[in-house]
Ligand binder design. Structure first.
Ligand code: HEC
Length: 199
């Protein structure tokens, strides 16, 4: 005769099963899988920001585009972050917006990027990722350097050649701006992506 399984046992079994299923769902992927996902997210943010920038420069000129950058860049970034546990941001060693400040890990990676860059590594190769386990949490992190391009000079270039309107507008919105005096090809900053998992 088959002995009926007590309900409580069934319940605890399904509980254990559901925990293990949700755990395996949330387990940290390999660094390589994370890098692939992070790279796609970086591409998405980079393309959206550039599209927005060019459109608003063409429509209203650089001063209007500053306003767009100020409002739209954080908005687009927050929008991408709201639908995913993967978080993306932009940061730099020479900041314009203090909300984009680098944490200790990001500062270290940016400093290493600068060192590698000055010893000849092409900027496109400046990518770094790491898996960091602390207590019961694993965080996967990746950074990719952002190169200065010609279009960026309008607002991040040599102050001598920047328009009065742009300088005035930046001064008003970002009184502690450190993000000028860059040249084409310099490291303007980096995209930084992270995702945290419970072990
Ligand atoms: C019309 C002016 C303008 C142009 C052109 C421009 N930026 Fe910016 N940039 C801004 C403003 C304003 C901010 C601060 C707002 C924000 O994005 O958080 C900013 C912030 C940034 C940041 C975030 C780090 C920080 O310092 O706060 C990066 C990285 C950046 N810009 C890179 C670029 C690159 C690369 C280009 C060229 C493809 C570019 N920018 C072109 C105005 C501009």
């Amino acid at each position: 005769m088959i002995k009926p399984v007590p309900t409580i046992k069934l319940l605890s079994m399904s509980f254990i099963l559901s925990i293990s299923i949700s755990c395996s769902d949330n387990q940290a992927p390999s660094v390589r899988d994370f890098e692939q996902k992070a790279s796609l997210q970086i591409k998405l943010l980079a393309t959206s920001l550039k599209k927005q920038l060019i459109a608003s420069m063409q429509l209203g000129g650089p001063v209007a585009a500053i306003e767009t950058c100020k409002i739209k860049a954080p908005e687009i970034t927050n929008h991408l972050n709201s639908s995913d546990t993967l978080k993306i941001k932009r940061t730099s060693l020479r900041l314009r917006n203090p909300n984009n400040s680098a944490d200790d890990w990001e500062q270290q990676v940016l400093t290493n990027f600068e060192q590698q860059f000055s010893s000849g590594t092409p900027i496109q190769e400046l990518v770094y990722s790491e898996k960091i386990t602390k207590g019961d949490q694993t965080t996967l992190r990746m950074m990719r350097a952002i190169p200065m391009q010609a279009v960026c000079l309008t607002c991040h270039g040599d102050r001598q050649t920047m328009s009065e309107g742009v300088i005035h507008s930046l001064q008003k919105d970002y009184p502690n701006d450190l993000a000028t005096e860059f040249s084409i090809g310099d490291i303007r900053g980096a995209f930084s992506v992270s995702q945290t998992f419970s072990n």
